[in-house]
Design a protein around this ligand. Structure first.
Ligand SMILES: Cc1ncc(COP(=O)(O)OP(=O)(O)O)c(N)n1
Ligand SMILES: Cc1ncsc1CCOP(=O)(O)O
Ligand SMILES: [Mg+2]
Length: 521
């Protein structure tokens, strides 16, 4: 029998007798993200959909007994804290986090500093606030305050502008490995906007606000979903994006229970809708951008990456019709000459030629398109490239890179490395055919495969739905590049996209390490 594996996630939080928020929401969110939720209840609330009527912290003995029982049998892969009751509870929890780290190794900690209920009831006195600041926030891997909580924790006046929010996130980031998400759950407006400051990425995550009064528990669910995604090994920025997608679907499926705000309802499948992918931009409200032109031939087929105009000429002669010129470390003069010659050769052959990195020279030499990495996006003049009619290919390795790429409306997206490669050093592990299939099916623009592709796996990449298969070594290190190109072309032509597989629940993580922080750093 194949017994499914579910990482264990602890939620340390208060019970909401109304079933909308707190522990009750946390366990539903953790379940929706395919984890097993274990709970440590810090306080009972007598609460319904309209108000919190009474709060009673559990005894320290009971708090410790719950942690002890779980530690002995169900050690966590990630922990989420919510409402903590009082400062003494917080100190016990900090001790448990340190003990768990010593016994079972470090695990990511998500701190959702619940300082007040959305109905207005305050859950935090000054002692608790100070204990957060001194002991728990420095231990967090991810911190998820809303704007009011963020301002209170940072000792700042109310956050009115985008700039205030960004400054507050920086103040709450105790060290660069930490992720701070200041959520916009307590704001209004047509967009749901969260500010993300993480080791991997920073910027505003935007999704259309779901028009529903039933949003009870969305903050708790968001933080719990982050913890669950971290428990699966997703890097923090991706965990935040997955959680936002889950809450978006949860809001769309929310329902009325009681006469007040009903609960969000998170469920599996949230990452199977492209509409749930938030846009990631440096501005909260980015200026509208001109889309990049579509490819003349969206079936990119065999896509060969080479490093000289001589190679461009050679692969064009062998029949390749998608080529990239990727030259590193050359003088501008030499680069210009290689680009100019390649552009002329490709135009004469009716081929789609992409210039890697050197977007200014590509513009000046009238290239068909450019291929850029995400680290190039800050420097490149994208509006100018789009206005000049150049096609744009973007590299992408993760959710946050996809979310940053999509608002730019590129001509294609490259998913890589699909298989291990020695042609480029990078922190990413191979994404595999699983992720390639997922991204090809999920996104509506052409997705190409890159990294470790050769005649043994090119058909599989095509079956996964790749609009093109990009490769270097399989051609440039071949003893007979022309014959190899013929073989690869044939394999590509025979393989048909196989859409029969179910769409995976989500893409697998492929950035190793980095999510673990302990109570004492
Ligand atoms: C088709 C294709 N996909 C990905 C890359 C990688 O581009 P980039 O991230 O810009 O890295 P470098 O190639 O510049 O090292 C690519 N070149 N082509
Ligand atoms: C440039 C690049 N970007 C992602 S993988 C890769 C190299 C692909 O080279 P190879 O086909 O030799 O594995
Ligand atoms: Mg590049």
């Amino acid at each position: 029998m194949n017994i499914p594996y579910r990482p264990i996630v602890w939620t340390i939080a208060g019970s909401d007798s109304g079933g909308g928020a707190g522990i009750q929401a946390d366990l539903r969110a953790i379940d929706a993200l395919h984890c097993h939720g274990a709970s440590v209840i810090t306080a009972l609330t007598a609460q319904n959909s309209t108000s919190v009527q009474r709060v009673e912290a559990v005894s320290p003995t009971m708090l410790n007994a719950q942690c002890q029982a779980l530690a002995a049998d169900l050690p966590p892969r990630a922990i989420k804290t919510g409402m903590l009751g009082n400062a003494a509870h917080l100190m016990h929890i900090v001790e448990w986090i340190e003990r768990l780290r010593q016994q079972h190794g470090a695990h990511p900690l998500v701190v959702d500093p619940v300082l007040a209920a959305s109905s207005g009831h305050s859950f935090a006195d000054d002692a608790l606030l100070q204990a957060y600041q001194t002991h728990l926030l420095p231990a967090a891997c991810v911190l998820t305050p809303n704007r009011q909580e963020a301002a209170r924790l940072a000792g700042m006046p109310p956050l009115h502008t985008d700039h205030d929010v960004e400054a507050c996130a920086r103040r709450l980031q105790y060290h660069p490995q930490q992720t701070v998400v200041i959520t916009g759950g307590d704001c209004t407006g047509s967009q749901s906007q969260d500010y993300l400051l993480s080791p991997q990425a920073q910027g505003w995550l935007n999704l259309p606000r779901v028009d529903t009064p039933h949003s009870h528990g969305s903050g708790c669910s968001f933080a719990s979903a982050i913890a669950a995604a971290l428990a699966h090994g997703h890097p923090a920025a991706d965990a935040v994006i997955l959680a936002k997608m889950a809450v978006q679907q949860g809001l769309q499926h929310s329902y009325a229970a009681g006469s007040g705000r009903g609960p969000v309802h998170l469920s599996p499948g949230f990452a199977q809708h492209p509409g749930h992918l938030p846009a990631l931009s440096l501005q909260a409200t980015p200026a509208p951008m001109q889309a990049f032109p579509r490819l003349s031939n969206p079936d990119l087929g065999l896509y060969v990456i080479v490093d000289s105009a001589d190679w461009v000429a050679r692969v064009l002669r062998a029949g390749v019709r998608t080529v990239q010129l990727r030259i590193k470390n050359q003088s501008t003069e030499r680069l210009r000459s290689e680009i100019r010659t390649s552009v002329q050769l490709a135009a004469a052959a009716g081929a789609q030629l992409f210039i890697n990195d050197h977007w200014q020279l590509a513009l000046e030499e009238g290239a068909y398109g450019v291929h850029l990495g995400q680290e190039d996006l800050m420097q490149a003049d994208l509006p100018r490239l789009a206005a000049a009619g150049l096609r744009l290919g973007l590299s992408s390795h993760s959710y946050w890179e996809v979310c940053r790429a999509l608002p730019i409306q590129p001509s294609y997206l490259a998913c890589g490395p699909v298989f291990p490669t020695t042609s480029k050093q990078m922190p990413w592990q191979a994404q595999g055919l699983h992720n390639l299939y997922y991204w090809c099916q999920l996104l509506s623009l052409p997705v190409i495969a890159v990294g470790g592709l050769d005649s043994s796996n090119i058909a599989a990449a095509r079956q996964a739905g790749a609009a093109g298969v990009a490769l270097i070594r399989a051609v440039t290190e071949s003893r007979d590049p022309e014959a190899t190109i013929q073989r690869l072309q044939q394999a590509i032509q025979t393989a048909q996209p196989d859409m029969q597989q179910p769409l995976p629940a989500w893409a697998n993580p492929c950035l190793p390490g980095g999510n673990t922080l302990s109570a004492r750093g």
